[in-house]
Structure formats: C-alpha cells, structure tokens
Design a protein around this ligand. Structure first.
Ligand code: VAH
Length: 321
C-alpha cells in the first residue's frame, strides 16, 4: 500500500489517480492537509486529512494502512517559500524528517521530489551535471539540497530505500501549480485559450527546464520500480524533457492560436529565482541508471495541453487552429 502526502497538489492529484489505476484504488492512501481530497481522483480510494508536521499522526496513518511505500510530496514551492522562509523551513524540513522517520520505522520504500532549485549561480548553467556545485540562493533550494542529503543519509545509515528526482518546471492541465516560479508556463496556456494574451512575470530569454506532467508521473513510477542495484545517484536524478523561455513557448502556442499576444511585466523576485537556476540539465545519469526517456517534446506537449485546456474552459473551441 502506498501513502502519498500532499496528494491534492500539482503532482499529487495526477499521481494519485495514476497509481490507483495501476495498483488498485484501495492500495493508494491519499493524504493532504486540505480535507476532502482534490476531487480530481477518478477512482475513489482512502483519503486522510494529514499535517506532515504531526509525526504521531503520520505514523498512525501509515500504520493503520500498513503502507510499504511513502511518496512525500507535501511542501512549499520556491516563490511561496521566499515569502515565508521560516515557515517553509519548518514545513519542508520538518515534514521530510517525519516522513523519513516513518519510512524507517515501517521499512517503507521512499520517494521525495527534489528540483532544479538545488542549483544556484555557481552551478554550470548549460548541461548542468548530475554531480556539481549546489549552492542555491533560495530557501526552497536550501530545503531541497538538505532534503537530498537527508534522503541519502537515511539510505546509507538506516537502509531506507530512498529515491528522488530533481524535477524541472512541471506543466499540467489538471491542477494549477501552487506558488512556483515556473508556473508562468502553465498560466500562459490557460490565458492563451481564455483571452489569447498573457503577461509574463518571467523575462524574455530566461530559459528553464520543463516537463509535461505525464512524463513526470511516468518517471516516478519507473524510478520506484527500477533495479536498486543499478541506482548510484538515488537522491536525486536530474530529469528534464525540454528547455524554453517565454518567447519559445509563445511561438509554439501561436502555431495553434496565431493571434496570441505575449507581453512582459517581470516580477523581480521570481525573475531572480529563475536566473539562479540552470538553463538546461544533463539527464545522462537518469537515462543510464533506470532508462529515463520523456515522450513529450515542447511541440507535442503544446498540442495536448491546448486541447485539454480548451476542453476545460467555456470558450468557443474554434480559436484553436
Ligand atoms: C517551482 N515548480 O517553481 C517548482 C519547481 C523547478 C521548479 O521546483 O518552485
């Protein structure tokens, strides 16, 4: 049985649905601090309201369902964490250590996402290596570097089978991202369909790694099912499917919505975060150690995204060429 924390978040809501399809709804326990679940789950399954900072509650829920796998997604993302750094430290680090302690006590396999946010200005920007300088300048990045080291420690010291992925910006049509820096890419798709115009808070020429949510979900499953003997970099693998700036994304959207207009109103805080991150990751280790291969390119993602967004928004669908 799998326990997911943060199951109503951007990754959690799609991962819960997918895992219930694969392993059976009753084998996937969704938990979130928000009561009642995301409402997106197609298959009903167990849900528990859970604050990951309450270790006793976390341990009790995990024991109640006899879980053997913990997927710990509950956290604050980069922009939100910069607004409340102390709260972010306590939630991101307190939640993680509680989840790791529970995994240790119940001998669970463990997954926690890391991020391109672990890299900072001193890291190589292009083809950022799997192993390189990690001196992030954001509270979120600090949390993710500490998180990677903690997960490696629980593996080396206590034998907890911890695995992680350094996610790029994730793009999905089901659940809006919550408080990230890469969220502009998701917003651009929705605004393109809604109003055929978008004002980007990230500046022209600011490249970041990105990936479509289906590829992110596939990567989590592939990593968790990978042969442990082959895993060297465990916490956490560079993964990415594409790299673009607002201009490139807008050009792709214009293939379907020719009169789409992009303007800029740069948000200095999120622009500074974005500029501290890599432009393009090297994903060799993930490919070599567990066969990571994303299937959505920017072109293919844009067509799929626009189709789904149009289907969800009350607009006349003829605007999609
Ligand atoms: C964020 N979407 O923007 C998250 C992610 C790499 C970006 O960590 O904070």
């Amino acid at each position: 049985t799998i326990l997911i924390t943060g199951s109503s978040g951007q990754i959690g809501s799609e991962l819960t649905t997918r895992l219930r399809k694969i392993y059976g709804a009753r084998h996937v326990v969704a938990t979130d601090i928000k009561p009642g679940g995301s409402g997106l789950e197609q298959e009903e399954g167990p849900f528990e309201t859970l604050d990951v900072n309450d270790q006793r509650a976390l341990h009790d829920v995990a024991g109640k369902y006899k879980v053997d796998t913990i997927i710990h997604l509950a956290a604050l993302l980069s922009a939100t964490a910069e607004k409340s750094p102390l709260f972010a430290w306590h939630l991101n680090m307190g939640g993680l250590i509680n989840a790791l302690e529970t995994a240790k006590e119940l001998q669970c396999q463990f997954f926690a996402p890391s991020s391109i946010g672990v890299f900072g200005p001193a890291s190589p920007k292009d083809s950022t290596p799997q192993v390189t300088v990690q001196r992030p300048v954001t509270m979120y990045g600090i949390n993710k570097v500490a998180g990677e080291l903690l997960c490696d420690y629980y593996y080396a010291r206590f034998g907890v089978d911890t695995r992680g992925l350094r996610f790029p910006g994730l793009i999905s049509y089901l659940t809006p991202p919550g408080g990230g820096t890469t969220d502009y890419a998701v917003e651009m798709f929705f605004e393109a369909v809604r109003s055929r115009a978008y004002t980007s808070y990230i500046g022209q020429g600011t490249f970041m790694d990105m990936m479509y949510m289906p590829d992110a979900i596939d990567a989590i499953i592939a990593l968790m099912e990978a042969d442990p003997a082959k895993l060297v970099n465990r916490n956490a693998y560079n993964v990415s499917a594409m790299s673009f700036d607002p201009e490139l994304l807008a050009a792709e959207i214009r293939r379907s919505i020719p009169d789409f207009r992009l303007t800029y109103q740069v948000d200095p805080v999120r622009q500074q975060i974005a500029e501290s991150w890599p432009d393009r990751l090297d994903i060799t280790a993930a490919r070599q150690e567990w066969g990571f291969r994303p299937s959505y390119t920017l072109e293919r993602m844009a067509v799929d995204m626009l189709g789904h967004v149009a289907a969800r928004l009350p607009v006349d669908h003829s605007i999609i060429a």
